[in-house]
Each structure stands twice: as C-alpha cells, then as structure tokens.
Design a protein around this ligand. Structure first.
Ligand code: GDP
Ligand code: CA
Length: 346
C-alpha cells in the first residue's frame, strides 16, 4: 500500500496505518510518498516540514496539540533568535526540531540525497514504514499575488502560510521548478507495485498537487492497475485544521468533500480516483461523485476511530478493485463474440 501525503493530515493517516498494521501483527509494507514543496532553508537549516510531520508521528514524537513539531519541545533557541534577529524569528522551530534539521542539513552537506537522509533518520527513530520524499530535486511552491499596474509578485510558501498566516488571498500557487524534477528513487515503483494507492486527507492544492506535478507521478497513479482511493480532508465543509479552504478558494474549488473529489477526478473520466472516503455527514452531498463513495467517521483520534478509518478505506479499495476487474472483463468482453463473453453480477 502506497499513499501520497502532505504534513498533518498525512501524518495522522500514517500513524493510523502503522497502528492498524501493528495490531494485525503484519510486517510494515506501507510506503509514504511525501510532499517537499514546503521545504526551504531557514537559519541555514534545511527544513522539510511535511516529511518531519510524518516522521514525528510515526516515531510517536509529534506534538498532537499544535500539529507540528515535537511533543514537549522547548524553544530557547528560537526565542534567542527572536530577541536578537527578530526578522528571522517568524518560523517556529523547537530546540529538538532544530537538532533534527541540523542533522538533515549535516547529512545533505556530506553529500547524501534527501531520500538517503530521510531513510537514515527514520530508521534511527525506529520507524519501520518507508518514507520517501516525492523528489530529491528542489521544487518549492511559490505563492503569486497581483501587484500594482498589472504586475505580480511572488512569495515563498512558508512566508505566506506561517509568517503571514495565509493572508492575503493569492492569485495562484506555482511550482516553478517542477518540470525539471524527477521522482525520488523508489517512488514510481512504489506506486506501480502497490496493491492500493491512497491519497491522504492532505491539502489537495499545496500538498498533493505538488507531488502529482512531478513528471511521471500523476501518470503512474493514472496507470496503476490497483485501486486508487482518497480520504477527504474536508469535513462538514471545513478543513479539520489549517487553511485548505483558502487554497481551494484560490483555485475556484468549493470547500466541500465532493468538490475535492471532483478536483481529483474519477478515473473513468480521466481523473485519479476510483473511490472516495468521506465523513458520515458528507455522504448525501458526495453522491454526485461518479466513483464509489464510502463513509466513516473521518477525524483521527489515535484511538478506535483510526482503525475504523483504515478498515473503511480498505473495504472501499476492495470494492473498487472488484469493480475494476469487472470493468476490465467488460472491456475485454467487448472485443470477443457475444456467445463467449464472461458475465458478472456486481
Ligand atoms: P500540512 O502540510 O501540515 O498542511 O498537512 P496536510 O496537507 O497533510 O493536511 C492538511 C489537511 O489535513 C487539512 O486540510 C485538514 O483538514 C486535514 N486534516 C487534519 N487532521 C485531519 C483529520 O483528523 N481527519 C481528516 N479527514 N483530515 C484531517
Ligand atoms: Ca505542508
């Protein structure tokens, strides 16, 4: 099983998969492919916020309340930056986070790729799930605004998201370097060889689409014979946390579970998804999605609900797989004489 992931929504799903897998007593055969569009260099440190959210959650080190950073972390270093160099103090990094990012920067400086660094650090934290950056090439997300007299200006994603608290509403999001990137080693194989591909309940616009924009990744998801299922990050027309609503607004997408499914698109219509898992309250409004829709409580709690979400997701994937195999028989059937056709009831 392979899933595409951003930060907190993906990290919560990753933790749920890990616990589900451990309860089943199975060796971990799951792969997370994680967005690097938010990565940037700050205070000389190479920061990969989404990879770190996933890693910290899997290692059970994540701060559950804030949704980023390490539980119980202290902030002496960043407070010193804020005192002496306040213009560089806007990006919160706890002391342990700074140590973590210093280790990443050190290993990158030694010549390791981001994939190698991620593999090394996750292993050292005792994480047995495979965590792959979507690419080892720089592919920063930029946020574009209209300026005076028809001009436009752009800003780094973290400056807009963290420093400016997602204000003002931009004109567009851009991935200016993405065309010259390639998927990190193992990414395409992890998608092509998966028995299920999952799109995590992550921000569709600035977490999932920067992954899909890397040449070869969207195509691999489109081509995979396994079912592709997604989990809605939107519950009752609101993001569970963060400003995905603002990102969707920029793209003219309503902040609803069904509009996000439509954005990803149904596989039979040139999109990505066979199935879409929504919160129980969003079932009726999601009926317009032409693929399979299933419902479950969708808020991760690190308790029984997480197992329910994973069970519902795999059940949905199994139904989608059945449907796909029927459809492929149908398409093969259409090539052979009527009398020899295989028939199925679904
Ligand atoms: P970021 O990179 O840290 O912004 O995280 P992601 O892109 O992975 O996820 C952000 C999205 O996660 C938001 O749109 C939230 O609505 C969603 N999210 C966070 N917690 C939950 C949860 O418990 N359940 C669901 N379904 N979505 C969640
Ligand atoms: Ca992120």
């Amino acid at each position: 099983m392979t899933f595409l992931s951003g930060g907190i929504g993906g990290a919560r799903l990753a933790y749920a998969f890990q616990q589900w897998n451990r309860r089943a007593g199975l060796p971990c055969a799951f792969t997370a492919i994680v967005n690097v569009g938010d990565d940037f260099t700050h205070l000389g440190l190479r920061v990969s916020p989404d990879i770190d959210s996933v890693t910290y959650h899997l290692a059970d080190l994540g701060d559950q309340h804030r949704g980023w950073g390490r539980a119980g972390d202290t902030d002496a270093a960043i407070r010193e930056v804020q005192r002496v160099l306040p213009e560089a103090g806007w990006f919160q990094l706890g002391d342990l986070d700074i140590a973590h990012n210093a280790m990443r920067t050190h290993l990158l400086t030694e010549g390791l790729t981001l994939s190698e660094v991620t593999a090394k650090l996750t292993a050292r934290y005792g994480v047995d799930m495979r965590v792959l950056p979507s690419t080892n090439d720089p592919s920063p997300t930029r946020v574009r605004f209209s300026g005076p007299n028809g001009t436009s200006v752009d800003r780094g994603f973290q400056e807009w998201w963290v420093r400016d608290r997602a204000e003002p509403l931009p004109q567009s999001f851009e991935f200016p370097l993405v065309a010259s990137t390639s998927p990190a080693p193992g990414v395409i194989e992890a998608i092509s060889g998966a028995d299920v591909v999952v799109i995590a309940p992550s921000n569709p616009i600035v977490s999932i689409e920067p992954i899909l924009a890397i040449p070869g990744i969207r195509e691999a998801v489109e081509r995979v014979s396994a079912p592709v299922v997604g989990i809605s990050p939107i519950i009752a027309n609101k993001p569970v946390r963060g400003w995905a609503d603002r990102c969707l607004q920029v793209e003219g997408v309503d902040c609803t579970a069904s509009a996000v499914a439509e954005r990803y698109g149904h596989r039979n219509e040139g999109g990505l998804l066979d199935g879409w898992l929504v919160d129980e309250g969003d079932v009726t409004s999601s009926r317009s999605f032409p693929g399979r829709v299933a419902a479950s409580p969708l808020r991760f709690t690190r308790g029984e609900e997480d197992f329910q979400i994973v069970d519902a997701l795999f059940e949905l994937a199994a139904k989608c797989e059945m449907q796909r195999s029927v459809n492929s028989h149908r398409s093969v059937n259409s090539l052979i004489p009527q009398s020899e056709r295989i028939t199925h009831s679904v």
